[in-house]
Design a protein around this ligand. Structure first.
Ligand SMILES: Cc1cc2nc3c(=O)[nH]c(=O)nc-3n(C[C@H](O)[C@H](O)[C@H](O)COP(=O)(O)OP(=O)(O)OC[C@H]3O[C@@H](n4cnc5c(N)ncnc54)[C@H](O)[C@@H]3O)c2cc1C
Length: 670
């Protein structure tokens, strides 16, 4: 795995590990065979000529244009790799989204310009096309004969879909839709790969037929010539410029000037427009929740994986880094031995596991709901939607906070681009906004909670994830118990209490004469708090159950570690929310002191295994892309090697000295 001698600190850490790292690697991957498949894919991709970044000039030194061109070059080679692998193995299994994403991170470093092709273009075609459209578009999209993206957001509107201004007006005389951008604010803005990569896209536009508007619908639109790649007449397309992260994602803008597309370009699985312009309504609009939920589930597993990359970097670095001398005359300790450092790091490590297992649980719930929908039963859709909304919102925001904490835990070196922590931060913080902005999603879950609370007050049967509300209906403080199940009950009591408070507040505002939406706005801070509490209760309960299940099936030594991580997550959040627990449970100051002591005990128990636990994330150096986190721990050598790659270091004196510095100093002398 490592080319150089591994640094002594890491050798020592690995020796003291109490569990079998390979067993945890297999558990994370989903079995020994899945691990082998992942490794095969990584080996194949990373040994493909042109894909390794080893001898490249670091991307940070390339111009914006060069970075894009480099990313496209690698994305194309990778795509060819995928094809060859699929042909050789007669399967796409090993390229399950997560595995492919992992390798992608290694070769592109930032975000692939093809991200939206497989992430949104293909899933939308799959879920919203009728059978004939599917047969025509899907093979071309899957084989990358055409390259697509998903264009919904406009300059003027993102969250408010009904406010989108792009129009698709049906002309029965030619059986075409006319796509048009009536204003500057109607320009599409943000879609990944739109600028110079995609030649097709799904455009979300207001549908007009027979003089009436039927709201937003998706359309399959070719925007560039497939031979010359020139924008088609009537299309104005370009790039939106540098951002906080996502530098290679090629996010673009797009405007239409009365651009005509055939009638059958409207995705017609649900609603349709007939030849004569008659609009046929979708049988069940809820069915379109599917793609949104699918993408949100993927985001959960993606942020869990990004957390594991950042955790690997920060924990290995903390084992290698020595600083200060608390006891005079003794060697400087590893910073990993400072309990404040363990406090910063281990919750992030545990959170990666918690999000992964919750993501898998959500995926199972999604698959089951899809099966039910297939049989015509839509009952579970609102609950699944509410779950996916708050889990995507809370997990993306928590992951960003944890990654920032990892960066801070590496001191100044964590600020170096070569640590890769700033880039990971840029990738993850975007997940708070795209595919449903944080607050907006939390308020969606709040709408579900308010309905659920009303049902609870009426004595109706509740769906599984909100059935706990009934238990706390009388607002009694839950009896506190200093155990994992006691903490979970405490979180449910907080969620029920906050839901009740938000519900009451909403109705009190209404009683003052406000209409429902104004009352909703007035109560919205409390509504978001209720969603957050509900989500935290779900995360705690689901992850604890799942981790216990994994621990039961694991060897005793690994089982212990899994339970320590799961408990750490519960105790950390119980301490974070101690104020809420004091309000909604019978917890006392003594209980809190005991929780704090248990937290410190857990940090100490996890400490000897910290490096082993992050090793089990099994992120190859080429995918980690970090001077601080490599397997061999050669931190200082790598930092210097990377610094020497700076083009400024190619010459001892930069020309600006003669042009500016020298004249300035000479002038000062006079
Ligand atoms: C990196 C990145 C990639 C993206 N990729 C794509 C893509 O491929 N395709 C695409 O179509 N779009 C894409 N987007 C756009 C993204 O989906 C939108 O940014 C997102 O939906 C939020 O919309 P907005 O930016 O217009 O913010 P707005 O909707 O204007 O929201 C701004 C602020 O107002 C608040 N707000 C808005 N409405 C409400 C409300 N009802 N109640 C309370 N508060 C509210 C929000 O909390 C938010 O803080 C991308 C964005 C980013 C950052």
């Amino acid at each position: 795995m490592a080319e150089h001698k591994v640094c002594e600190d890491l050798v020592k850490e690995r020796k003291q590990c109490t569990f079998d790292v390979q067993e945890l690697i297999n558990l994370i991957d989903g079995g020994a065979q899945a691990t082998q498949e992942r490794k095969d894919v990584e080996n194949m991709v990373l040994s493909t000529p042109g894909l390794s970044s080893k001898n490249d000039v670091p991307e940070e030194y390339l111009s914006h244009k060069e970075r894009y061109e480099n990313a496209i070059r690698k994305a194309c080679i990778l795509s060819e790799c995928v094809k060859q692998y699929a042909e050789r193995h007669n399967t796409m299994d090993a390229f399950r989204p997560t595995n492919k994403y992992r390798v992608m991170l290694g070769v592109v470093k930032d975000v692939s310009p093809f991200m939206l092709h497989m992430g949104m273009f293909v899933p939308t075609i799959l879920s919203q096309s009728d059978p004939d459209q599917l047969a025509e578009w899907l093979p071309k999209a899957m084989s990358m004969q055409i390259l697509g993206t998903y264009a919904q957001t406009e300059l003027g509107h993102g969250t408010f879909l009904r406010g989108l201004e792009t129009t698709a007006t049906y002309d029965p005389s030619t059986e075409e839709f006319i796509i048009h951008s009536p204003s500057l604010t109607s320009y599409k803005w943000w879609p990944g790969g739109l600028a110079h990569t995609a030649n097709h896209c799904i455009v979300v536009a207001q549908l007009y037929t027979k003089g009436q508007c039927y709201g937003v619908h998706p359309f399959f639109v070719q925007i560039r010539d497939t031979e010359t790649h020139m924008p088609l007449p009537g299309i104005k397309v370009g790039e939106i410029g540098p951002k906080m992260g996502f530098q290679t994602a090629n996010n673009g803008f797009l405007g239409f000037d009365h651009f005509r597309i055939p009638r059958r370009s409207m995705l017609m699985k649900n609603a349709q427009v007939l030849k004569d312009g008659t609009y046929v309504k979708a049988k069940n609009e809820k069915a379109t929740y599917g793609t949104m939920v699918f993408v949100r589930v993927l985001i959960l597993t993606d942020v869990s994986y990004e957390l594991s990359r950042a955790a690997t970097i920060a924990v290995r670095y903390s084992a290698v880094r020595h600083q200060s001398q608390p006891k005079p005359g003794e060697p400087e300790p590893q910073i990993l031995d400072y309990v404040t450092q363990q406090h910063k790091l281990f919750i992030g490590v545990a959170t990666s596991h918690i999000f992964r297992v919750t993501g898998h649980w959500l995926w199972d719930a999604y698959s089951q709901t899809l099966k039910d929908v297939g049989k015509g039963n839509m009952d579970q859709l609102p609950e699944l939607h509410a779950l996916a909304c708050c889990l995507k919102a809370v997990c993306s925001r928590d992951a960003t906070a944890r990654i920032e904490e990892f960066r801070l835990s590496c001191g100044g070196h964590g600020y170096m681009a070569s640590s890769n922590l700033p880039i990971i931060n840029g990738i993850v913080s975007a997940t708070i906004t795209y595919e449903g902005e944080y607050t907006v999603l939390m308020l969606q879950t709040a709408r579900f909670l308010v309905k659920a609370w009303k049902q609870a007050t009426q004595g109706n049967t509740m769906t599984p994830t909100v059935s706990y509300l009934v238990q706390f209906f009388n607002n009694d403080r839950v009896l506190w118990e200093n155990t994992p199940s006691g903490i979970i009950s405490g979180f449910k009591a907080i969620a029920a209490g906050k839901t009740k408070a938000a519900y009451d507040s909403l109705h009190n505002y209404e009683k003052t004469g406000l209409d429902y939406e104004d009352a909703w706005n007035s109560a919205s801070v409390q509504l978001v708090n209720a969603s957050e509490a509900h989500c935290r209760a779900i995360l705690c309960e689901v992850s604890w159950k799942e981790m216990v299940r994994y621990a039961t099936n694991a060897s005793p030594n690994l089982g212990k570690v899994l339970l320590q991580l799961a408990e750490l997550y519960l105790v950390y959040w119980a301490l974070e929310k101690r104020g809420d627990l004091l309000m909604y449970s019978t917890i006392t100051r003594d209980d809190i002191a005991r929780l704090q002591a248990r937290y410190e005990e857990l940090l100490a128990l996890i400490r000897p295994n910290a490096v082993g636990i992050v090793d089990a994330f099994d992120v190859r150096d080429e995918i980690l892309n970090s001077t601080l986190g490599a397997y061999d721990g050669r931190v200082y050598e790598r930092l210097m090697e990377e610094a020497l790659k700076s083009p400024l270091n190619a010459e001892p004196v930069n020309q600006s000295f003669h042009k500016y510095l020298k004249p300035m100093m000479m002038k000062a002398k006079l």
